[in-house]
Design a protein around this ligand. Structure first.
Ligand code: PLP
Length: 381
């Protein structure tokens, strides 16, 4: 086939794809990257961050990006790597916990019933066991129940800072103290909230306790490709100290820079993602992210108010981050979701409710159109 024909076919086949820019993707935790990311990718698409000897400059950009993200999480000296996303980061965190454990008896991972499914994947891959812990009345991992479940088989605790379902933040302070008291590894999955929490207070909203500096916290992961305006794929893991990444790194002799220590699960890694995230961090800086979070949160609270004014609509919980769960008293979430999907809206369906994530690509006029459509569907009964 000629290139022209291939490109025509591609365009035709992707025609029905829901793109963020069209404003109907309301349930995704990813978004369009900052336009600068695309410009950087065009210049760096052939760089492999997995072979740092080829580009020590790229390795330096990665260290700087990691340090920015560490600073956002109050620990600029964090040792970290840019990875493919939250899944890879969660696997790496639990792998490093397993490799540094005090006894082989420690095989249990405690995580809330609302953990992301990548924690289950990590546990299975690593030959560990998962012990789900119930939520408290506010929908967060219950610290008392968690502590009661800890014994000499406990390896690690995983908490959420922005749960996938409702964007709720576990009590990281209390959980960190428990982890410290019992000498267990504590990983904070901030894949979603990692680029929201550090800016909430300055944006004028209540902010729960967070930080890699909190006692007992061993690692945190945050995804530039969610609220960080980075390209897909871009994730990051931050460890409090180097003994954890050291325990999972491999020395490779044949790469361009001679003996190289690699810490990521993947070998070849998109250098363009590293360069793009570095660029976006430098472009937006703290104040840029504060503005982004302010906009997302303002729109979330506006949407929450509009939703509860629609006959029969209830919120699952008041939103803590830019994530909203809602349901209709009589129409099932399943049915409502199908009907909205037929009208082009992509929401996220959960048991008993629908979820909207107010990402940077979601704008007020999109939401106005959505609310109108939702009202129509409810009136139809
Ligand atoms: C809390 C949380 N952890 C981990 C992940 C997995 O991230 P990824 O899809 O980037 O691997 C997600 C994805 O939505 C998430 O919400």
């Amino acid at each position: 086939m000629t290139e022209t024909k291939i490109l025509q076919q591609l365009e035709r086949r992707l025609k029905t794809t829901l793109r963020f820019r069209h404003g109907q993707v309301l349930g995704s935790m990813c978004s369009e990257p900052d336009p600068l990311a695309l410009r950087v990718i065009r210049r760096t698409w052939d760089l492999n961050a997995g072979d740092p000897g080829l580009s020590p400059a790229l390795a330096e950009l990665e260290r700087e990006a990691v340090s920015w993200m560490g600073a956002f999480w109050k620990w600029p000296q964090a040792v970290g790597r840019m990875v493919g996303g939250g899944t890879e980061a969660n696997i790496l965190a639990l792998w490093s916990a397993r490799e540094t454990r005090l006894s082989p008896k420690r095989t249990r991972v405690l995580a809330s019933v609302s953990r992301h499914f990548s924690v289950d994947k990590a546990v299975r891959l690593l030959g560990l066991e998962l012990l789900p812990v119930a939520l408290d009345a506010d929908g967060r991992l219950d610290p008392d129940k968690l502590e009661a479940a800890i014994d000499d088989r406990t390896l690690a605790i995983v908490a959420s800072a922005g749960s996938t379902s409702l964007g709720l933040v576990d009590d990281l302070g209390a959980l960190g103290r428990i982890a410290k008291r019992h000498g267990v590894y504590f990983h904070v999955d901030a894949s979603f909230g990692g680029f929201v929490l550090p800016f909430l207070e300055e944006a004028g909203f209540d902010c729960p306790v967070f930080g890699l500096d909190l006692e007992g916290v061993s690692s945190v992961c945050l995804d530039p490709h969610k609220m960080g305006r980075g390209p897909i794929p871009s994730g990051c893991i931050l460890w409090k100290d180097s003994r954890y990444p050291d325990a999972v790194s491999t020395e490779v002799g044949y790469l361009s820079g001679g003996l190289t220590r690699l810490t990521t699960l993947t070998g070849t890694r998109p250098g363009a993602s590293v360069a793009a995230v570095w660029a976006v961090l430098n472009k937006l800086g703290r104040s840029g992210y504060v503005a982004l979070v302010k906009e997302a949160m303002t729109l979330t609270l506006w949407l929450a108010e509009k939703l509860v004014n629609i006959e029969g609509i209830r919120l699952v919980r008041p939103p803590e981050l830019n994530v909203l769960g809602f349901y209709h008293e009589r129409i099932s979430a399943d049915a409502l979701n199908s009907r909205l999907r037929q009208r082009g809206w992509a929401l996220s369906l959960w048991p008993g409710f629908l979820r909207i994530v107010v990402m940077p690509h979601v704008r007020r006029d999109h939401l106005r159109r959505f609310l109108k459509c939702l009202e129509d569907e409810i009136q139809r009964g």
